[in-house]
Design a protein around this ligand. Structure first.
Ligand SMILES: [Ca+2]
Ligand SMILES: [Ca+2]
Length: 311
């Protein structure tokens, strides 16, 4: 799509964490080292938990490949951490992913002193790590114990890491997402419908039809019939307000439920999450057909960054 900083998640996410776990917002993070910012780009540890896959932490140990480097995420209280989801390596583009080191072995440690070492895949897909013995912990520390070598740079990179605890998810568990059409993958990544439920703002579904997105649709199948009372949406490309304006955004949609009933909704032209109230309905699926789009300045393709339903 010729838009930099759009790298997207692949459709290979095996486990939907939304079913039984809730993502946590760390109160802060510290890294062993970070590559100094250059004129335009930050490599600070804060980039590893900003919900953007195209912003990255790069360790700053210039004397090594990054072995022994670590990040410690401080948590609010002592939640029982059950799962991590990791965007390993540099997701800025496919090219950057290959050129920088990726983490191979990662040691995960908790405030009670327990540790777990995992081997990550050398793939540009979000990786789900289940914690073997979940414990109440005030922090999660991840340490680089092994790497996959980059082709150009001897620095190890983590693009994003989301920590989940054992609280019930706030959103309805989705078993599958389908779309009417998909924009073809490019150097930045893919535009698969799965991207609307990965929790990151700069991965998205984009339709691949000739038109402006009118009559294109996303269909969500739920793990079990459930009552939905609101539709939570991040419209367009939510990387930044400027990128948000480049592509088409949804303006109105018709939601069709498994009992055949429909509801029309208006969607704000807004790059932050918005919650759209529905008349509560029990359903096993929702088909969202977009019926009008706000025009983008650069691309005539409708994109949706995130979409979910709440009871
Ligand atoms: Ca990031
Ligand atoms: Ca997303």
């Amino acid at each position: 799509m010729s838009v930099p900083k759009l790298c997207l998640t692949a459709a290979l996410l095996l486990v939907s964490a939304g079913a039984e776990a809730k993502p946590l917002k760390p109160t802060g993070a510290e890294a062993s080292t970070s590559l100094p910012d250059d004129a335009e780009v930050s490599y600070d540890v804060k980039n590893s938990f900003d919900r953007k896959q195209s912003t990255v932490w790069v360790e700053g140990d210039t004397s090594s490949s990054g072995l022994g480097s670590w990040i410690r995420y401080d948590l609010d209280g002592s939640p029982v951490v059950t799962e991590l989801r990791i965007w390993n390596g540099n997701w800025y583009t496919y090219d950057y992913f290959v050129r920088h080191n990726r983490v191979k072995e990662m040691e995960i440690s908790f405030s009670d002193g327990s540790t777990q070492t995992v081997t990550l895949k050398d793939e540009m897909v979000p990786q789900v790590v289940k914690i073997d013995k979940p414990v109440a912990t005030s922090f999660v520390k991840v340490k680089v114990k092994g790497i996959y070598a980059g082709s150009t740079f001897n620095d190890t990179v983590i693009s994003e890491l989301i920590i989940y605890d054992n609280s019930p998810a706030e959103t309805v568990a989705v078993s599958a997402v389908k779309a009417s059409s998909v924009y073809p993958s490019d150097a930045d990544g893919n535009y698969e419908p799965k991207n609307v439920e990965d929790g990151v703002l700069d991965s998205m579904w984009c339709e691949g039809d000739k038109g402006d997105g009118t009559n294109q649709w996303l269909e969500f199948a739920f793990a079990q019939p459930t009552t939905v009372g609101s539709f939570v949406l991040v419209n367009g490309n939510a990387y930044s307000p400027a990128y948000h304006k480049k592509g088409n955004r949804a303006a109105t949609a018709t939601l069709r439920f498994s009992d055949g009933s429909t509801q029309e909704v208006a969607i704000k032209d807004f790059f932050l999450p918005q919650t759209i109230k529905l008349t509560p309905v029990s359903t096993s699926s929702v088909k969202v057909t977009f019926t009008k789009a706000y025009p983008g300045s650069d691309f005539n393709d409708l994109c949706i960054a995130e979409a979910s339903f709440k009871p």
